[in-house]
Design a protein around this ligand. Structure first.
Ligand code: PRX
Length: 652
């Protein structure tokens, strides 16, 4: 990771506040700010006592001996000596408690097909698929890639891995064949689970065809299991490819859940960092499960009767933590919707809320801004009175979007919880408790109990209230990442080398006079495009991989809808002519290398890039050029001033 950027200045001024409605607080898990503060004080004073009390909520085969072992920092071990099975916690125990008939998953496909699975039915499916994996030779510790649409099979495959101690690596269906091959190879996956395709905006996304390309370059993958979602034509390779439905039909539903060590790896999830190579963030079992179940319960104030819908795909961490593990560990009824929010019309989400009487809804600011643009008539045409809590995640939510969400979707009565966290943190770290916290549009408010954060300068000194700085986390927490799969040196360097003894989030932030945190965005080379994390270097390395490109620099440009859009400055090899056709080709090339989510919005050809005398590209300047701003950045180290002047001319 690049060293922290310039000191962050903060200008946002937002003074509106919203206290929780009295009747909401009266029935909430945490009913007042005083109660929330008591929990925070307890967790700060006696972390072992706090976390071990919370861990009683999980089902253990063997109780732990030590709550947290931090002697090997930055490698934490949580609930040392304990043993449990994550899938038994998410499924079996609810059936054992007599809730087998409760609906676990309410699935709606994009074409309008619907299906529900009770906890008892989910248990059968998970056991069968665990037996399928076993029959393919998968044993505890093996890696299994999951590249599926957002259907119940994704959750079933994840839970089946957890049941037998295999480590899943879920890849978002929007990633390309190249990206799938890279991740297969990094994780050395043995099996990949995919589908013929998934529905998106009325079309079939050809997942199996992508996998066929990826598997030509993935030597470790022995078997490909194919779920038939769309009845679209696929090529099955004999000896390698097996149909999900055929394997399931032959599998026994008897698969006892074997207890595993608390620190048994649960999953690897690839996310972008400051270099071109995505990081395989590794999470383990007990601490992760405690983190996601506890935060799911507290932040969304989950009750037995709730119908909960998180719109995130399972390919992202939000889908792992808050579509699958957190809610299922809490025995909740979860809505899962496969497709696009505007298919067939712009009211699809609101129709789903009306149809299933969704009470807790969790989505991303980029989606909220799209809904605002599409107009109030869409939500206003639906009955949204079942809603009681609204969540936001993935990027800073601008106050206008927060207010619209609160008023138009929540009818002014639902607390809005803006939840800050990361793939690396596993679970929500900073968020309001909806029955306790006075919220402010645009602020994630306060850290949850047991999460000790600070806003500091480059040297690690706390900055005064109201000033911008780097957000750090000062104590280990149960759902923290354990390492980067196969690259522990990068784990230490990226997260633990910036501020001694603290976890470096790479987010800029500010704490106001009330102690509320305002997240201001990344300070490294990570872009946040529609709530998806992408590294500028990933896009750059895709561009320079093209035969006609000499050099590329990629920056984010503020975008009203997507948060950031991708702008690429490209120098071409000698003799290559800069044409509009080439721009189109290069955009397609990046989409092919990484996935459609990384398709550049703009390509600007230039003769040279602004560099420091030591040869580093000055992305700060390019960001200003891309945004059409007069640069206030320090240019004293710029090697050739004429480059910048020229870039501006080219922009006009
Ligand atoms: O910059 C922060 C932003 O998203 C980053 C984490 O991205 P990812 O690992 O993909 O996880 C997204 C879902 C948890 C953070 O470093 N971010 C996430 N939530 C918020 C946010 N920025 C501001 N407010 C949030 N609520």
């Amino acid at each position: 990771m690049a060293s922290p950027g310039p000191n962050i200045s903060s200008s946002l001024k937002e003074t509106r506040t919203f206290a929780p409605p009295a009747e909401f607080s009266a029935n909430a898990h945490v009913r007042s700010e005083a109660e929330a503060q008591r929990l925070r004080d307890w967790a700060e004073r006696d972390p072992d006592g706090y976390w071990s009390t919370q861990a009683e909520s999980l089902q253990w085969a063997k109780r732990w001996d030590v709550v947290c072992d931090w002697t090997g920092a930055p490698h934490a071990k949580w609930f040392v000596g304990g043993r449990l099975n994550v899938s038994a916690n998410c499924v079996d125990r609810h059936v054992e408690a007599g809730n087998g008939d409760k609906v676990a998953i309410l699935f709606e496909g994009e074409p309008g097909d619907a299906r529900s699975l009770t906890y008892a039915q989910l248990l059968v499916e998970v056991c069968k698929f665990a037996n399928v994996l076993k029959s393919l030779g998968v044993v505890a510790g093996d890696r299994v890639t999951i590249y599926l649409p957002l259907t119940p099979e994704a959750a079933i495959a994840m839970l089946a891995c957890a049941r037998i101690g295999a480590v899943h690596s879920v890849i978002f269906g929007g990633f390309s064949a190249e990206a799938v091959a890279d991740r297969n190879n990094d994780a050395k996956s043995k099996v990949i689970v995919t589908a013929d395709g998934g529905w998106r905006r009325g079309k079939v996304v050809p997942l199996k065809a992508n996998v066929d390309v990826a598997l030509a370059k993935s030597p470790t993958v022995e078997t490909c299991v194919v779920y038939n979602r769309c009845d679209s034509p696929v090529t099955m390779t004999p000896g390698r490819d097996v149909w999900w439905h055929e394997a399931m039909a032959a599998a026994s539903a008897d698969c006892p859940a074997e207890p595993f060590d608390s620190e048994q790896p649960l999953f690897v999830l690839y996310t972008s960092g400051s270099t071109g190579k995505p990081k395989g963030v590794l999470h383990t079992s007990a601490g992760f499960l405690l983190g996601v179940s506890l935060t799911h319960k507290l932040v969304f104030d989950i009750k037995d009767s709730d119908v909960y819908w998180c719109t995130a795909d399972v390919g992202w961490v939000t889908g792992h933590s808050y579509t699958v593990y957190g809610p299922l560990a809490n025995g909740c009824t979860v809505v899962m919707y496969e497709g696009a929010p505007n298919q067939p019309h712009e009211d699809r989400f609101w129709r789903i809320i009306e149809k299933y009487k969704v009470s807790v809804f969790y989505t991303a600011p980029t989606a909220i801004r799209a809904f605002m643009k599409w107009g109030d008539q869409w939500p206003k045409g639906c009955d949204l009175s079942s809603l009681r809590v609204l969540g936001s995640v993935g990027e800073p939510i601008n106050p206008e979007a927060w207010m619209w969400y609160h008023e138009v979707i929540g009818g002014g009565r639902c607390p809005v919880v803006d939840t800050w966290w990361q793939t690396e943190t596993g679970a929500i770290m900073i968020a309001p408790l909806p029955g306790a916290t006075v919220t402010k549009p645009g602020s994630a408010t306060k850290p949850l109990p047991g999460v000790i954060v600070d806003v500091v300068d480059r040297q690690g000194n706390p900055v005064p209230a109201g000033e911008g700085g780097f957000l750090i986390i000062k104590r280990p927490w149960p759902s923290m990442m354990r390492t980067i799969y196969g690259d522990d040196a990068r784990f230490r360097e990226a997260y633990w080398s910036h501020i001694p003894g603290a976890y470096f989030t790479a987010d800029g932030s500010r704490k106001d006079a009330d102690g509320d945190i305002w997240i201001m965005g990344r300070v490294d080379d990570v872009l946040n495009v529609s709530g998806h994390r992408l590294s500028t270097m990933e896009v750059e390395s895709a561009l320079v991989g093209h035969t006609q490109v000499a050099e590329a620099a990629v920056v984010g440009k503020p975008d009203d809808l997507k948060g950031e859009s991708i702008v690429c400055f490209v120098t071409l090899k000698q003799g290559v002519t800069a044409t509009d056709e080439l721009k189109v080709l290069l955009k397609a090339h990046v989409a092919e290398e990484i996935g459609a989510l990384a398709r550049p919005d703009e390509i600007k050809f230039t003769d040279s890039l602004p560099k420091t005398r030591s040869g580093k590209i000055m992305r700060r300047l390019l960001r200003d050029v891309a945004a059409g701003k007069v640069s206030t950045s320090d240019t004293s180290t710029l090697e050739d001033y004429s480059v910048l002047a020229k870039l501006r001319e080219e922009d006009e």
